[in-house]
Design a protein around this ligand. Sequence first.
Ligand code: ADP
Ligand code: MG
Length: 384
Amino acid sequence: MSASAMPGLSARGISKSFAKGKGEVVAALHEVGIEVAPGELLAITGPSGAGKSTLCRILAGLERPDAGTVTLGGRDLAGVPPQQRRVALMFESYALYPHLTVRGNALSPLLAPGGRLDPAAANTRVDEVLELLEIRHLGERLPGALSGGQKQRVALARMLVQTPDLYLLDEPISHLDAKLRHKLRGEIRRRLAGQSAPSVWSTPDGMEALSVGDRVVVIDQGRVEQVGTPEEIWQRPASARVARLLGDPPMNLVEGKLRSEGGTLYFARRDIRLALPPVLSFAAAGMPGEDIILGVRPADIGFAPPDAPGAVGAEIYSNEPFGKHAIVTLDLGALLAKAKTTMATASALSEGANEGIGRKVGLLFPHDGLTLFDGTTGRALPGN
Ligand code: ADP
Ligand code: MG
């Protein structure tokens, strides 16, 4: 089958600009492409304003792209109105019918003309979904009598009862509390995974994207930064912009310069002088003198006495115990970095006056957990 007739969802070369007044134009999307196979869940992540909702609205037919094509099940959707696209939508701001109860709202897509379910089967499916979302007991309430989180779950229910050609979820769980978010992302994922339709799930939370997506697309400023499996994106972020979105806390990004001395490459920044391990030296060969960004994950930072050989000097800025681990914030000189460490290490560091704040420590950066990004483009150096 030719790629353009792929039976899933395919969006190619999608561009969209908005006029901001005074002749100013904002490019919300620039030549964005995504492919989602039948039954696959593609997570789209990126910071606020990246263009996620604009892309979702274009896929739904609520917005028309300036350029590009969208096909679903091999059908070109240009000019097809939203209600004829067979897309089940759940938008952050998607309104409920105020005059219908929770149950009525959830039932509404199934009772539409041309609905393929008889009322008993429709009710059974609605019960099951309301149960899943823990809102069955609210079935007779009107939306006006619900909290924000409850309304979001009704909108989710209304989406999940459908058997469309595409599921489209724009920030479906972002207004829920942490406990429910945890529960629902697994439940919704499980439910979507059992469907033959492709699904698109957008979220500003990079970790949510990694946990729900079969594959993940990272967009920033309207451009695709990286596409890959969650493992690929976590292990090898394609740019500092991607790295910044992932992890809790995210990767530390330290800006500096590459220096070459006596045939050895160093990462240099103020008092920091760190010999690069062989793999990174190889990747950075030919770049001495250039701006570089050193990426190190919080969990990979080790502690040593301040004068230990190879250690980077820092001062403890703050210390947060979380029970199972602790986050220690470190002042590297006009830059704060975070280390994720054990409670035992954190409590040893915080012994004495003022919980250890201001204490000088040595940091050990791992040889095999560092990433280098080009300081000018932000792209990861190839081969790192
Ligand atoms: P996200 O959902 O990733 O937060 P959006 O798609 O909502 O991002 O927005 C992308 C960019 O497009 C932002 O700069 C936003 O201000 C702009 N934008 C989106 N919709 C409109 C609109 N209807 N009119 C003007 N600008 C818009
Ligand atoms: Mg949005």
